[in-house]
Ligand binder design. Sequence first.
Ligand code: M6R
Length: 606
Amino acid sequence: MCGIIGYTGSEDVREVLLDALELLEYRGYDSAGLAVKDAENGEIKVRKCAGRVSDLRAICASEKLVSTCGIGHTRWATHGGVNDRNAHPHQVGKVTLVHNGIIENYQELIADYELADELASETDSEVVAALLNHFYEGNPAEALKKTVSKLRGTFALVVMFADQPEIIYSTRNVSPIVATLCDEGAMLASDLTALCRFTNRYFVVPEYHILELHKDAVILKDFEENTVEPEFLTVDWELNSAGKAGYPFYMEKEIMEQPDAIANTIGNRIKGGMPDFSKDGVPDTLFTSCERICIIACGTAMHAGLVAQALVKSILHMHIDVEMASEFMYSDPVIDEKTLVIAVSQSGETIDTLEAVKYAKRRGAKCLSIINVKGSSIARESDYVLYTSAGPEIAVASTKAYTTQLSVFYLIVARMAHSRGVFTQEETQSFVRELQRTPDVMRKVLENRRDIHVVAKKILSAKDLFMIGRGLDYSILLEGSLKLKEVSYIHSEAYASGELKHGPIALITQDTPVVASVTQEKLFSKELSNIREVKSRGADVVIFIKENLSAKLEGEYEMIKLPDMQDEFMVLPASVALQLLAYYVSSDKGFDVDKPRNLAKVVTVE
Ligand code: M6R
């Protein structure tokens, strides 16, 4: 879950590395470090510290140095606490290394190769540096292969050797590395947000290969020494879309981008008013031949799956499970060749989801994935991919990835309903027309964001908060609640309103604000009873409500009115409103909204 960068070329390497590390910082921000080859004397100099990239930048600023080759790292601590020693790069003998992943057998390696005396940190990564140094006799590829053959776990390794010219070496298993060659030189990174400043062309470094970055070339070889031609991909993200564009935080920028992100995601997939996946190469037989659906995902992506589950049940009347990817393999899931597995992931690198996809495929299931990052590991593992066009999502709290995932699910449901004979052509077109209204409806929510800010101010000091709703509202609130807790540190629980009286209502007091979501007409009166139950126990209640339901509650409750859509689609405006609520609470509390404590954007450890 760390961010890795390597560069050799014509530019001042420290600037390149620091700028890239800032873009990668969302992958981990416990500590930061870099190592560069001093152009004057060829020495490799390491600078690192616990803290942020800005702290590292300050350290580097005080020192004059000419260098055009180096590696860098931002850390999300796994083995060993957050301190300077445990920060990467690690230097042992002739080896200077950064690592992303987890080495499961690092203690055995210390014992087997008597490495203890060479280690200054508590990390598994330094053990790899020591082992590599142990095997190194002047041939980097040989030493890397020998080292890799001893490792158990996941790793992306990026290495400089003291006696090699300005060349960077890399190899990996599971943990991702992308690389490029452009006018300014050769570069690699753990994801392509870091490369976007230089180029929109990149390739994914295959597992168990050795990549060499030279100033004017990239050389890729398999472990048998065969040269492999890199398969270049093009990313359609704007070169500057990874910046904040004047917003104080990426989260706000990404919330605001949602109308366009949805329009881009659905635009090319609607033909003649019908959902169309022909450009994605997804055949209708995938939807007609399956007997059940299983959605696998984590966190926010899983919440998108829960919305899809409600839609599939009510529209397609099909059996559908939503599985937390981290629990999937251990829960004896019912998966076979008749199961359509849909994996959902923004990054395409979440290891739990990746492993779950591999497991499902071993059981004979076909896998369709909904992914934001092209060429990512889950995308490559899947039989079919529907990419969301959200552009780079940098804030740790996922926003535009979620709503674009939802928009793809609406298209899938419509396509399935039509191909399975549940919807007529007219019904399908009408469903799609409603989806096409989403960008405009979302813009209205965004225009009224000040009202949400006012509500946010009222819950700043809350320690605990409940979010209550029924049916689809409950699904929306699971995501709204996750958003609030991860960025504001308020303990928030989403609860199905009807279930509240079976226990949790004991926690409701005048100090426990309640956010209710009321967007489903058929559940309105039941929902209202539950809201009254908490209000009569002293809770301050704010209701996020579909506008045409609000008249009956005027004057009685504080309300955020959401522009009307058909009930199945109200998830979309409601989600944006709840994202804004979480955002304002966090920013008003003065938190680093984009980098909540203990979290990382891409979770590549199980
Ligand atoms: O990259 P993925 O969509 O696979 O990530 C899954 C979760 O880690 C992610 O959604 C996480 O829950 C977010 N921080 C929530 O905002």
